[in-house]
Each structure stands twice: as C-alpha cells, then as structure tokens.
Design a binder for this molecule. Structure first.
Ligand code: 5GP
Ligand code: ZN
Length: 112
C-alpha cells in the first residue's frame, strides 16, 4: 500500500466505494463520474503507479487483465472499451494503475 493513495485506500475498504467485482488480484468499482452507462474502474490490489510499472510483473498483470474480463462478463457486457490513461497529458489523475471499463453505448475512434 502506498501512502496517501486513494485507490489503495479503496482496495482495503478504508474509503467506501461501490464494489461490483472483486477477486484475489483486483477490485472493480463504479466510477464516481461515469462517462458511459457502465463505467467501472478495475484496480489491482497491489500498488503500481501506471501500466508501465505493472507490465514488468507478468503474473500480477495477467491477474489484473483477467479481472477486467471477469468484471465485464459480470455486467453482461460482450462489447466494451478498456482505457488506461497513463501520465497527466493522457488524462491520468490517480496514480495507482486502473483500467476504465466502459460499456452500454457506442464509442467512436479516434478518441479525444
Ligand atoms: P484517471 O483520470 O486517472 O484516468 O481516472 C481516475 C478516475 O477515478 C476518474 O474517472 C474519476 O472519476 C475516478 N475517481 C476519482 N476519485 C474517485 C473516488 O473517490 N471514487 C470513485 N469511485 N471514483 C473516483
Ligand atoms: Zn495505490
């Protein structure tokens, strides 16, 4: 657990969140500012700042990616978008890696 990390505190339950999926690797919560009918944040239990950091730990990364798929299935989603904003200029505001899992509407490409 990293000091002063919002998502570490959500993972431990210290800060409440609407948890919709949980396993040994990750938890999925509803985003407080949803951008689609379904907007979950899939957060690995272990702290890594971003996808570059978690990517060097293959086992942990695999568990997290499996949790993304499981959370989507749990929502009945077969079509969805997964986004990992990485760095401030890409829109990352919480520096504990997380996947945005968005579904329930069409998405356009390229993204903004
Ligand atoms: P980022 O900007 O790092 O890609 O994504 C952070 C996300 O966390 C944002 O979509 C924001 O709405 C969400 N968020 C920020 N604070 C909280 C919180 O306290 N609870 C929940 N459930 N979501 C949060
Ligand atoms: Zn953290």
């Amino acid at each position: 657990m990293a000091d002063d990390c919002l998502f570490c505190r959500i993972v431990t339950g210290e800060i409440p969140a609407d948890v919709v999926y949980s396993d040994e690797s990750a938890v999925a919560i509803a985003d407080i500012n949803p951008q689609a009918p379904t907007h979950l944040l899939v957060i690995p239990r272990e702290h890594f700042d971003d996808i570059g950091e978690i990517g060097v730990d293959a086992g942990t990364a695999a568990g997290w990616i499996a949790a993304i798929g499981a959370a989507a299935r749990g929502q009945g989603l077969s079509e969805y978008r997964v986004v990992c904003n990485t760095g401030p200029s890409a829109g990352q505001s919480v520096f504990h890696v997380h996947a945005h899992l968005l579904g329930g509407r069409p998405f356009h490409w390229p993204p903004g």
